[in-house]
Design a protein around this ligand. Structure first.
Ligand code: CTP
Ligand code: MG
Length: 245
C-alpha cells in the first residue's frame, strides 16, 4: 500500500496572534520560505512517501495553493499533491485531508505544519513501526515535569506516575482505514480530541478488532517542538554563530 502524508496548515494560531500581528504561524518565514514548506520538503524526501495533501485555511485556499505552486516550481518535490480546505477544529482539518487521499493509499502520516523540525530519522521510526503492524504510531518524549490532575477549581486530584507518561508529537502514522473509521466514529459520537491517535485509542476500546495493531509510541525528538507560544518564535530566527567573548 502507498503511504501519503496530510500536512495540517489550517489553524489560526490564536495563542500567537498578538506576537505575530495576526499572521498564522504556519505561513511565517523560515529560511525564506513559508514555515509549512520545511515539513513538506522533509516528508517528500522520504522514498516511502508517495504523495502529500496540504490542508490550508478555507478563506486563503486559492492564495496558498498559488504560493505552493510557486515553491514547487523552484524546488520540485517530485510527488503528486493536493491542497484542500481545513475545518474548524484540527480534527475537522484532518478529516478533510483524509477525504483527498487516493484509493491506492493504505497508510497515512498526519503532521502539524507547526512542527517544522521533525527529522527524517524520526519519520522513519514512525514508518517502521507501522510496517511492523501497529494501527497507529506516535512519536513521544518522556515527561520531565511532574504532572498533576486538577478539578475546575484547581484542586489537585492526583499526581500521575511520570514514568508512565509520554508527551506526544507528530507525524503520527496510521493504517488508513483504521484512521478513517476512527474519524467516522468521532463524528458520530462527537468526540473532541487533540490528536488522531486518541481517536484510534477510543475506537480500540469500543471495538478491539477495529484497530488490531493498537497504538504504539516511538522515540520523539526534543527539536520537534510545536511552534505554539511567543517564546517559540525564537526558534524561527536564523541561527547566529555564537560570538567569542
Ligand atoms: N490545525 C489545522 N486546522 C485547525 C486547527 C489546527 O490544520 N482547525 C493545524 C495547525 O495549523 C497546526 C496543527 O494543526 O499546524 C497544530 O495545531 P495548533 O498548534 O493548535 O495550531 P493552531 O490551532 O493554529 O493554534 P492555536 O491553537 O493557538 O489557535
Ligand atoms: Mg489549536
Amino acid at each position: 500500500p502507498e503511504t501519503w502524508a496530510v500536512l495540517l496548515a489550517a489553524g489560526s494560531g490564536t495563542r500567537l496572534a498578538e506576537a505575530t500581528e495576526g499572521r498564522r504561524k504556519q505561513f511565517l518565514p523560515l529560511d525564506g520560505a513559508p514555515l509549512y514548506w520545511r515539513s513538506a520538503r522533509t516528508l517528500a524526501a522520504l522514498p516511502a512517501l508517495r504523495g502529500l495533501v496540504f490542508v490550508f485555511p478555507e478563506s486563503e485556499l486559492e492564495q496558498r495553493e498559488a504560493e505552493l505552486r510557486e515553491w514547487m516550481q523552484r524546488v520540485p518535490l517530485g510527488l503528486p499533491w493536493q491542497a484542500v480546505p481545513g475545518g474548524k477544529r484540527r480534527q475537522d482539518s484532518v478529516r478533510h485531508g483524509l477525504r483527498a487521499l487516493p484509493r491506492e493509499c493504505g497508510r497515512v502520516l498526519v503532521h502539524d505544519a507547526a512542527r517544522p523540525f521533525a527529522s527524517p530519522a524520526l519519520i522513519l521510526r514512525v514508518l517502521n513501526a507501522l510496517e511492523q503492524g501497529a494501527s497507529g504510531v506516535v512519536p513521544g518524549l518522556a515527561v520531565t515535569d511532574t504532572i498533576k490532575s486538577v478539578d475546575c477549581a484547581e484542586q489537585v486530584l492526583t499526581t500521575l506516575d511520570r514514568a508512565a507518561l509520554r508527551a506526544v508529537q507528530t507525524p503520527q502514522g496510521f493504517d488508513r482505514s483504521v484512521l478513517e473509521t476512527a474519524h467516522e466514529q468521532a463524528l458520530t459520537h462527537e468526540w473532541d480530541v487533540t490528536d488522531d491517535a486518541s481517536m484510534v485509542e477510543r475506537l480500540a476500546e469500543q471495538t478491539p478488532h477495529a484497530a488490531p495493531g493498537g497504538v504504539v509510541v516511538v522515540p520523539g525528538e526534543e527539536i520537534n517542538m510545536k511552534i505554539t507560544t511567543p517564546a517559540d518564535l525564537e526558534r524561527l530566527r536564523p541561527q547566529q554563530p555564537r560570538q567569542a567573548v
